[in-house]
Design a protein around this ligand. Structure first.
Ligand code: SER
Length: 874
């Protein structure tokens, strides 16, 4: 039996032998396509080539792409676990022609690989074509020996492939297989089996003939060239070739299932193994997506991860495992897949930790949620309805973190449905709030409408060597309300890899353009300009001087090089799990986001800052080299998640300290950075920290500011710098002491005035009644005054009032003998006083307080205390 590795390798070898070049899988998190949450097809990374925004580096390519299909146009989540061949994460074996060969070769090669290399029986295969694609239909008959009645036509839904709402697309032709089995619905009419839910028939390979683009208005346009984009479901092919009826019984999954059985003590039985399958599927999705930089969160991509994790955790419970367990499966996934996707090996620990902490936090809410769910189910049954109301689903989601699809699944197990429409309505309101946090815009491309000025090659970047050059305008256009020019060559750096775009001027005698930003679009470098002098109408092919704002660029360079040093210092100090998750290299500062699961401590920060400054002092020369990606990786260069394919990569090295792939601009030697200072450290998501820092003049300015502050303090406190902390500590102690003394004095004074009040007290029956408005600064003080009065009063009633923060308050004390003799209670008295003050109050029989809203009534209320007490004792 062939192993999955061998089968993958067969595919690779086959296309290699047909002059295709290996281009490694893009990350599952598409860093440069805002229209996608996850990479959902092998062609995603080639989108710009198909749209003619980028020139292909090779005419033919192949790989195995890591794909996630849980959202948007291609969403298989609901099927996962129920059946044995849908996955949230899977590998898609792909081959591509970029404007090179077309349908004929694609069809011939697909057939050859399936029937010659893998010996799949010809009479088990079915080919489908788009309804009016006669060309493909005939090619199947002329180029292959597929049985004639096995070529079938289908419509838009099955045979027109689109990557999303917008983007490259085209008619497709698929190969399906009849895996056999007992269902006999195909009989003399094979179409009834292909493209139905009949598990006998399975799609294995999709050959897409990319020739159209769908724009934001849904309109289809022809692309300038025709391309081939094929994708074959690896797991399904492996299952078939290994003679299995389930993907889960292949060597891609069995070790994971065995591990799950070991952890749960429940062996896997295909008949009732949904829980095992879901967990095995989901752990692969989580491992790959977290490795590529995604993290569980409350919205967008992160929420998809959270849902998947919770779904799996809950299935774990059905297998009797209540504690965090999935993180333990990560190494098993890495064992199986790590050779093919080496990035997994680098981040195993990190991924496991992220999953564990997410599992632990979910576990806390899960028990309670399950209980609530059961109650909701019972209620629904009592009311004799068979759908859980949307409100219930929403409550479970909102309060107990139950993703709706989890609730639906649990409801299904109880034989119930859920009112998703109502749930969605409630979600819509919630989402409106979250929307600002995560905006998915359709990518703007500047396909047409360029006004040509000169012709020839464009956008050659020459800004590594110089910041000034004579250039020609190739073409220009209005782009999102801004004027954009493209040059033949340019010293302006276009924003990328976190480094901001250059600014400056482009000018000659006739024209002066202020460059406010520089951006990339496909293989164009766009200069956003404002016209300072001259007129675009008269623009001609005359040369212009392009001048980058050099000081700004210099500052950016310092920050960029420092970012690399910081990255290296973080890894040295905190460990190799630290990986870049994002960065901003601006003129004023730098920002670096990285994976790390706890706060970076004060001491660690100091150490990191020191390491960077040491490297700056070593003044290592920067060495930049172009290498193949593999060569660079073997040499140990760090690559960022978002790195794209390409034969050659640029590596930037500072001494033995830092070595990264990078297209940005850098200082000539580390000493140019001047100095480095960290300004903040914070959390930006679970498992991701952010450090901000300044360099060069920025660091100096900050140092000077601090020195000025210290200087001022020194003058104010009249001491040496080194004595400052002690001085300030002393002042604080002294202040505390003085406050205590003031308090004591105030109390003393108050006690004295209470004595006066008592001496002047009026009598009711045989006891004293004291009432007065006093000055206090807080409720505690008022109560203290009340207690002090009680201690001194003997037999009597006392009421003290005060206005604090514009509101009236009273405290009332009643001596115990009076409560016994007259049933007088402080609580009763304050309730009445409170009412008069427009509020209320209460408390114990001997001491109670009240407050109100009418400070102007306080004097009168206090004056009326005596008559109130008189009434009480009658
Ligand atoms: N893009 C096509 C698919 O995803 C073929 O690779 O099915």
């Amino acid at each position: 039996m062939k192993s999955a590795k061998q089968i993958r390798n067969d595919f690779f070898e086959f296309f290699k032998n047909h002059d295709h070049k290996f281009i490694r899988s893009a990350p599952v998190v598409p860093y440069d396509d805002a229209t996608l949450l996850f990479t959902n097809a092998g062609m995603n990374q080639f989108k710009n080539i198909f749209l003619n925004l980028e020139q292909p580096k090779v005419p033919r390519a192949y790989n195995s792409q890591k794909v996630i299909r849980v959202s948007g146009k291609h969403n298989d989540l609901e099927e996962v676990g129920k059946d044995t061949y849908h996955h949230t994460f899977f590998e898609m074996l792909g081959s591509w022609s970029f404007g090179d060969y077309y349908k004929k070769e694609a069809i011939r090669w697909a057939w050859e690989l399936f029937t010659d290399v893998w010996n799949i029986p010809k009479d088990k295969l079915y080919a489908t074509v788009y309804k009016n694609d006669d060309e493909a239909f005939n090619l199947w008959l002329s180029e292959t020996d597929i049985p004639r009645d096995h070529v079938l036509r289908f419509g838009e839904k099955d045979n027109f492939w689109e990557m999303g709402e917008t983007g490259p697309c085209g008619p497709c032709s698929e190969l399906h297989i009849d895996v056999g089995g007992t269902e006999d619905i195909h009989g003399s009419d094979p179409e009834r089996g292909v493209n139905t839910d009949n598990p006998r028939f399975m799609e294995l390979w999709n050959l897409v003939f990319i020739q159209n683009n769908r724009d934001e208005n849904g309109k289809l346009t022809e692309l300038p060239a025709k391309h081939v984009d094929t994708g074959a479901g690896f797991e399904r092919i492996v299952a078939y070739l290994q003679g299995k009826t389930s993907n889960y019984e292949t060597d891609l999954f069995t070790p994971i299932l065995e591990h799950i059985s070991k952890l749960t003590g429940v062996p896997y039985h295909p008949e009732d193994g949904a829980a095992h399958r879901v967990i095995a599927d989901h752990i692969r999705m989580l491992t790959f997506s977290i490795t590529d930089g995604a993290l569980p969160a409350n919205d967008g991509r992160g929420y998809v991860l959270r849902r998947i994790l919770r779904r799996a955790a809950r299935f774990g419970r059905t297998l009797g495992i209540n504690s965090a367990f999935m993180h333990q499966l990560v190494p098993t996934v890495v064992d199986i897949m790590g050779d093919t996707f080496p990035e997994l090996k680098e981040r195993t620990d990190y991924v496991a930790r992220v999953i564990q902490s997410e599992e632990e936090s979910f576990s806390k809410t899960l028990d309670r949620g399950i209980e609530i769910f059961q109650n909701l189910v019972d209620e629904t049954r009592t009311q004799k309805i068979d759908a859980l109301p949307g409100e219930a689903v929403f409550k479970l989601y909102d309060t107990y973190g139950f993703p709706a699809d989890l609730t639906r699944l649990m409801a299904e197990e109880e034989g119930l449905t859920v009112d998703m429409d109502d749930f969605e309505k409630r979600m819509a309101q919630q989402r409106a709030k979250a929307r600002s946090a995560h905006q998915f815009k359709h990518q703007q491309t500047s396909g047409g409408d360029w006004t040509e000025v000169t012709t020839g090659e464009h956008s050659r970047f020459i800004g590594y060597e110089k910041t000034e050059s004579m250039v020609h305008i190739r073409h220009y256009q209005m782009h999102n309300d801004k004027m954009v020019v493209v040059l033949d060559e340019t010293p302006f750096y276009a924003e990328s890899g976190g480094q901001i775009g250059d600014t400056g001027v482009i000018r000659n005698d006739a024209l002066e353009l202020k460059v406010t930003d520089t951006q990339k679009d496909g293989d164009r470098i766009l200069h956003y300009v404002e016209i300072m002098r001259g007129d675009f109408e008269q623009i001609n092919g005359e040369p212009l001087q392009a001048l980058v704002e050099a000081e700004r660029r210099q500052a950016v360079k310092r920050n960029h090089s420092a970012t690399h040093l910081l990255h290296a210092a973080l890894r040295k100090t905190l460990g190799d799990h630290v990986k870049q998750a994002g960065s901003l290299v601006a003129e004023t500062h730098l920002r670096f986001d990285f994976s790390h699961y706890k706060k970076v401590g004060e001491e660690e920060l100091k150490q990191i800052e020191n390491l960077v400054n040491e490297e700056i002092r070593l003044n290592a020369r920067t060495s930049v080299a172009l290498k193949s990606f593999d060569e660079a990786q073997q040499a140990g260069a760090l690559a960022f998640f978002g790195e794209k394919y390409g034969d050659e990569v640029r590596t930037v090295k500072f001494g033995d300290f830092s070595f990264e792939l990078c297209g940005g601009t850098h200082v000539d030697a580390t000493g140019d950075i001047g100095s480095f200072r960290i300004t903040s450290e914070s959390a930006i998501a679970a498992g991701v920290r952010r450090i901000e820092a300044v360099t060069g003049a920025g660091a100096e300015a900050l140092n000077r500011r601090d020195r000025d502050v210290v200087q001022e303090l020194r003058h104010l406190l009249n001491c040496e710098v080194t004595d400052l902390p002690q001085r300030v500590a002393l002042l604080a102690t002294e202040k505390h002491e003085l406050e205590k003394q003031v308090k004591a004095l105030q109390f003393h004074q108050m006690a004295a005035s209470l004595e006066n009040l008592i001496t002047e007290a009026e009598k009711v029956a045989d006891f004293k009644v004291v009432s007065s408005v006093i000055q206090v600064s807080g409720m505690d003080e008022l109560k203290d005054a009340g207690s002090a009065l009680m201690d001194r009063l003997g037999s009597g009633v006392g009421v003290l009032g005060a206005v604090m923060d514009g509101a009236p308050y009273v405290v009332c004390v009643v001596s115990q003998d009076l409560t016994a003799k007259y049933k007088l209670k402080a609580g009763d008295i304050v309730r009445k006083l409170g009412q008069q003050l427009g509020g209320g109050g209460g408390g114990k029989p001997n001491l109670a307080t009240a407050g109100g809203k009418k400070p102007e009534k306080l004097e009168m209320v206090i004056a009326g205390v005596k008559s109130l007490v008189e009434q009480e004792v009658q």
